[in-house]
Design a binder for this molecule. Structure first.
Ligand code: ATP
Length: 355
């Protein structure tokens, strides 16, 4: 099966390394999101894939063919930029037909294809409207239709939805995903919005400081983050420093935990999602000796409607727990309680290194 392969792609701007040895295999038909904070190198990586930026090192292959030096205009990729880059004085149909026009396609065929594409992006009947008279969401669809006009091998989008308001943005995420499914075209989208990435992607590529930290399914980056950066960047998590004191036992603030998958010795970092932490009202002497329970004090609690959030002080370390309202334990701020960290919910990570 054909695939896009990034083999150690690197981009330097003087002393800045914008992308550092990015390696990735993207199977045909995947929806990929490049996700990370501002300045992590997402756009630079996308532009290298598009051929708009020359790599300082590494290779790019499609279907085993090296295209590192292939000019952008002959790569047959479709691209949508954040700015959309539509021609404001042209109609929607003329914008979409533009790539066909410059390739000498007949007027009748241009018109037919533009109408077909408008149908595809669920915008029929606007071919003759100037793009300046269209809404933000409609312009977005015109830009997508134009990028698809030449049936590209690869569809690349740089923050395509960032100018839209939250509600429209969410609707467009679902629509873009459905469109990609229908067309089966390999698609790579740059976003800094993790919810957007989780909604659309088959493969989430989490980047920071020019490096790919993890490339995996949305479920996997959430449940099995590769390192502390991914655990902390994707959703909310509790990170606990630990010291392995004997095989299978790690000392953390407030007590010892019994866990599988621990290294034989040394320091580790544990990641546990707030919804996995179980809050127990402590009975009697404040310690019931149960496995993987740490005693603490409730410092803050808030009702979020669909869940209740607890902030618990455990030996000076704050642990966040989320409960379903119906499971809410009878505890009040200032009260003693214990938190249970189930072994299967604790992800063991390498210790954080100071950068
Ligand atoms: P954002 O989400 O803010 O767009 P990004 O993750 O897409 O950020 P890039 O735009 O790829 O990040 O930038 C990565 C790094 O490379 C940044 O430090 C940026 O300042 C630098 N950089 C990008 N383009 C250039 C350029 N043309 N010249 C010099 N430095 C650049």
């Amino acid at each position: 099966m054909s695939a896009l392969v990034l083999d150690g792609l690197t981009k330097r701007y003087g002393s800045t390394v914008a992308v550092h040895g990015a390696s990735l295999r993207i199977p045909h038909g995947q929806f990929v999101c490049l996700l990370g904070p501002s300045g992590c190198g997402k756009t630079t990586l996308l532009r290298m894939i598009a051929g708009l930026e020359e790599p300082s090192g590494g290779r790019l292959l499609i279907d085993d063919r090296d295209i590192t030096d292939t000019p952008a205009h002959t790569r047959e990729f479709g691209m949508v930029f954040q700015s959309l880059a539509l021609f404001p004085h042209l109609t929607a149909g003329e914008n979409i037909a533009y790539p066909l026009r410059i390739r000498g396609v007949s007027r009748a065929d241009q018109r037919r294809r533009a109408e077909e594409l408008l149908e595809l992006v669920r915008l029929p009947g606007v071919a003759d409207r100037p793009v300046s008279k269209l809404s933000g969401g409609q312009r977005q669809r015109v830009a997508i239709a134009r990028a698809l006009a030449l049936s590209p091998k690869l569809f690349l989008l740089d923050e395509p939805l960032s100018a839209l308001d939250a509600k429209l943005r969410e609707a467009m995420q679902i629509e873009l995903k459905q469109l990609q499914r229908r067309l089966g075209i390999t698609t790579i989208v740059v976003t800094h919005d993790q919810r957007e990435a989780m909604t659309m992607a088959d493969l989430v590529v989490v980047m920071s400081q020019g490096r790919i930290h993890q490339a995996a399914s949305p479920m996997e980056v959430y449940r099995q983050p590769a390192d502390a950066f991914v655990a902390d960047f994707i959703g909310l998590t509790n990170l606990l420093d630990g010291q392995v004191v004997q095989p299978g036992t790690v000392q953390v603030p407030g007590g010892a935990l019994s866990l599988p998958n621990l290294p034989p010795s040394g320091r580790v970092l544990l990641s546990i999602r707030p919804e996995e932490v179980i809050v127990h009202p402590t009975s009697g002497d404040g310690s019931n000796g149960s496995l993987n329970r740490l005693p603490g004090t409730l410092s803050f609690m808030r009702d979020l409607g669909s869940s209740v959030e607890f902030r618990i002080d455990v030996a000076g370390k704050e642990i966040i727990a989320l409960s379903r309202p119906q499971d809410r334990p009878p505890v009040e701020p200032g009260g003693a309680l214990s938190v249970e960290l189930p072994p299967g919910s604790c992800v063991v990570l390498p210790p954080m290194v100071a950068s």
